[in-house]
Design a protein around this ligand. Structure first.
Ligand code: DGL
Length: 259
């Protein structure tokens, strides 16, 4: 049994979509969330910059006594999780685009994937895609500009509408029946995506799978918190505190922290 918190980090507020999934499955776990919004977006940075930022976030979470780290960012996972696992002696959970279920279930043999440049150009992403995409048309699209708009609190804006229209059009023309959301910020686009895509297109992300994996690894390492007490869920941002607050319930404590 461990009452130590689970550490979660993202380049910004997007990883809160993963926090929500973890919360739903593991309601009694204490958590600490880091939104590295000051350095967002990670998606256009080099691999070594992404590794350095991921190391910085991990060390802060370890210093705050976290028993495990959830890398709630596809870009950080695909570029840095190997280094993190090699250098720190705690369990790490990562998130990758859900290419596998989409590729296994597609009927039209066309699948769309929206993710950052950093994720789509990573070795890990190519490996997974090559493994499952035989005979399937995978339409990769870099979601340039999306993360920045969400970080600025302009998720439901005309600019976002325009960007999404541009990014989705080639996928619709290719007759996709699955859209994979390969960035933890993107679940916040769901209402817009549902409106813009044909009803036949199913949208998938990896959030729930990450929560299940988090639980499985805690059980395996005997790190589950079996105390059924009200947990402490702390949020730290080095960016705009109001934007982070606006996507969370009032019950959560959000603080500004320089890191
Ligand atoms: N939430 C991050 C991800 O899942 C966004 C990356 C970025 O900051 O560009 O990839």
């Amino acid at each position: 049994m461990s009452t130590q918190p689970i550490g979660i980090f993202d380049s910004g507020i997007g990883g809160t979509s993963i926090f929500q999934e973890i919360k739903a499955l593991l309601p009694y776990e204490n958590t600490i969330y880091l939104a590295d919004s000051f350095n967002a977006p990670y998606g256009n940075k080099s691999k070594s910059e992404i590794v350095d930022l991921s190391v910085k976030n991990t060390e802060l979470l370890i210093n705050k006594n976290c028993k495990m780290v959830v890398v709630a960012c596809n870009t950080a996972t695909t570029n840095a999780i190997k280094t993190l696992r090699e250098n720190y002696d705690i369990p790490f959970i990562g998130i990758e685009p859900a290419i596998k279920p989409a590729a296994l279930q597609t009927q039209t043999k066309a699948v769309g994937i929206l993710a950052t440049k950093g994720t789509l150009s990573s070795e890990l992403f190519h490996k997974t895609t090559d493994l499952y995409s035989d005979g399937i048309n995978v339409i990769e699209q870099v979601g340039d500009g999306i993360v920045s708009l969400i970080e600025e609190g302009r998720t439901y804006s005309d600019e976002m509408q325009e960007l999404l229209k541009k990014y989705l059009q080639p996928m619709i023309e290719a007759n996709i029946d699955y859209l994979v959301l390969g960035c933890t910020h993107y679940p916040y686009l769901m209402p817009m995506l549902l409106e813009m895509l044909p009803a036949s297109v199913k949208i998938i992300d990896s959030g729930e799978a990450v929560a299940r994996q988090t639980k499985a690894v805690l059980v395996k390492h005997q790190l589950l918190n079996s105390r059924k007490l009200k947990p402490k869920n702390q949020f730290y941002t080095n960016g705009n505190i109001e934007v982070l607050k606006s996507i969370l319930n009032d019950e959560f404590m959000v603080e500004y922290l320089q890191f």
